[in-house]
Design a protein around this ligand. Structure first.
Ligand code: NAI
Ligand code: MG
Length: 352
C-alpha cells in the first residue's frame, strides 16, 4: 500500500456511542480538508443501535466495511453486566476482519503533564490471550475460571508485525541506534503460555539481525515504562499486557484525549481513539477530538498516505502548542474549536 496521491478511498465511518458521535465527525472534517479523494461511508454499531434493533453490529455494517479501504471507529458503550444478545462490536470486528495487531503510538505532546522525549510504539496482539472470553463458574459459583489461549501462529505474526514496524520507523532514537524491540511476557511464572509467546518472538527476531532485541517481564515493564519511557522504541506484548501497558503509556503523554490506535490485518486498518464513549461528558461538546484525529492520521499512514498523515500530526502539534486545549488538559476549548483550529493549521501549512 504505497503512497499515491491520485488514489481515491472509501473510508467506513463508525461513530458508535457517546463521544464517538462527536469526535469521529470531527476527525472526518479533518480528513475532508485534505487534498485527497475520500468517500465516507457512514455505518452503525454499538449500544444505541442494539437498543433499536437488537444487534450491536448490524449485518450491513459487517458486510459494507469489507468493501472499504479502511475504517474510522469511535467508541461503543458496553454494559459491565451481561446483557442477553449484546456483545462488543469492536471485538467482533477485530475477529471478523482478523485485525490481529493493535498499534498504539505513544509520543511526547506539547501539553501540560506530558513527559519529554517519548516516541514509542506498542504492538499488542489483538485476537487471543484472555480475550478469547472463555470464562466459567465452577464449584457452585464459588470459583471462576478463565482460559488463556496463546498460539504460535498468532505470536509469530504479531512479532513479525513488530519487527517490520521497527525496521520502518524513523525516529530521533533510530537515527542514532538500531531500532529496539522489547518483548513483554511473564514466562517466569506462566512458562507454558507466555513461554510460547516468548519463544515465537525470539524465533522471528532471528530474521531481523539489524534490530536490537530485549525481553522484559510485564511487571517490571510497567515500572520501567514509567521511570524511563524514553528508552523504549517498539514494544510487543500479548493482548492483556498490551492493553494495560498502552493505557499506562497514554498517561505519560497527555492522557486518553490524545491517544490513538490502529487495528490492523495485513490488508485492512480500522483506526480508533483509545478512549471509550465517556458517558460522563457525552453531549456536552467538550470531548477532546485529538485522539480521533490522530487515529485518522494512523489510518492514512496505513493507506500509504504518509505525507497527509504527517501533515495532520504537525497541525495537531501546532494547535496544542498554541494552547488550544480542552478541559481534559486544563483548557477551555470545545470539540469544534479544537477541530477548526487543526483544520486552519492544516490549510496554512506547507504540503511537505
Ligand atoms: P472512557 O475512555 O470512556 O472514559 C474514561 C475517562 O476519560 C472519563 O472521565 C472520560 O470523560 C475521559 N475521556 C475519555 N475520552 C476523552 C476525550 N476524548 N476527551 C476528554 N475526556 C475523555 O472509559 P470508561 O469510562 O471506562 O468507559 C465508558 C464506556 O466506554 C464503557 O461502556 C466502556 O465499555 C466503553 N469503552 C469502549 C471502548 C471502545 O469502543 N473501543 C474502549 C474503552 C471503553
Ligand atoms: Mg483498554
Amino acid at each position: 500500500m504505497e503512497g499515491n496521491v491520485q488514489s481515491s478511498y472509501r473510508i467506513a465511518i463508525i461513530p458508535g456511542d457517546g463521544i464517538g458521535k462527536e469526535v469521529v465527525p470531527a476527525a472526518q472534517q479533518v480528513l475532508a480538508a485534505l487534498p485527497l479523494s475520500i468517500t465516507f461511508v457512514p455505518l452503525q454499531a454499538g449500544w444505541e443501535i442494539f437498543e433499536q434493533t437488537g444487534s450491536a453490529l448490524p449485518h450491513s455494517t459487517a458486510s459494507v466495511i469489507r468493501g472499504c479501504d479502511g475504517a474510522l471507529f469511535g467508541a461503543t458503550q458496553s454494559p459491565s453486566h451481561l446483557v442477553e444478545g449484546y456483545s462488543s462490536p469492536i471485538l467482533a470486528l477485530r475477529k471478523q476482519l482478523d485485525l490481529y495487531a493493535n498499534l498504539r503510538p505513544v509520543m511526547s505532546m506539547p501539553v501540560p503533564g506530558s513527559r519529554p522525549n517519548i516516541d514509542l510504539l506498542i504492538v499488542r496482539e489483538n485476537t487471543e490471550c484472555l480475550y478469547v472470553r472463555q470464562e466459567r463458574l465452577e464449584d457452585d459459583g464459588k470459583t471462576a475460571v478463565a482460559q488463556r489461549v496463546i498460539t504460535r501462529r498468532a505470536s509469530e505474526r504479531i512479532a513479525r508485525k513488530a519487527f517490520d514496524q521497527a525496521c520502518a520507523r524513523s525516529t530521533a532514537r533510530t537515527a542514532q541506534r538500531p531500532p529496539l524491540v522489547t518483548i513483554v511476557h511473564k514466562a517466569n511464572v506462566l512458562s507454558i503460555t507466555d513461554g510460547l509467546f516468548r519463544t515465537a518472538c525470539l524465533d522471528v527476531a532471528r530474521d531481523f539481525p539489524d534490530v536490537q532485541v530485549e525481553e522484559q517481564l510485564v511487571d517490571s515493564m510497567v515500572y520501567r515504562l514509567i521511570r524511563e519511557p524514553e528508552r523504549y522504541d517498539v514494544v510487543v506484548a500479548p493482548n492483556l499486557y498490551g492493553d494495560i501497558i498502552s493505557d499506562a503509556a497514554a498517561a505519560l503523554v497527555g492522557g486518553l484525549g490524545l491517544a490513538s490506535s490502529a487495528n490492523a490485518s495485513d490488508n485492512f486498518v480500522l483506526a480508533e481513539p483509545v478512549h471509550g464513549s465517556a458517558p460522563d461528558i457525552a453531549g456536552k461538546g467538550i470531548a477532546n477530538p485529538v485522539a480521533a484525529i490522530l487515529a485518522a492520521a494512523q489510518l492514512l499512514e496505513a493507506l500509504g498516505e504518509t505525507n497527509a498523515a504527517g501533515r495532520i500530526r504537525q497541525a495537531v502539534h501546532h494547535t496544542l502548542a498554541a494552547g488550544v486545549l480542552g478541559p481534559d488538559l486544563g483548557g477551555t476549548a470545545g470539540t469544534q474549536e479544537i477541530t477548526e483550529r487543526v483544520i486552519t493549521q492544516l490549510q496554512t501549512e506547507k504540503t511537505d
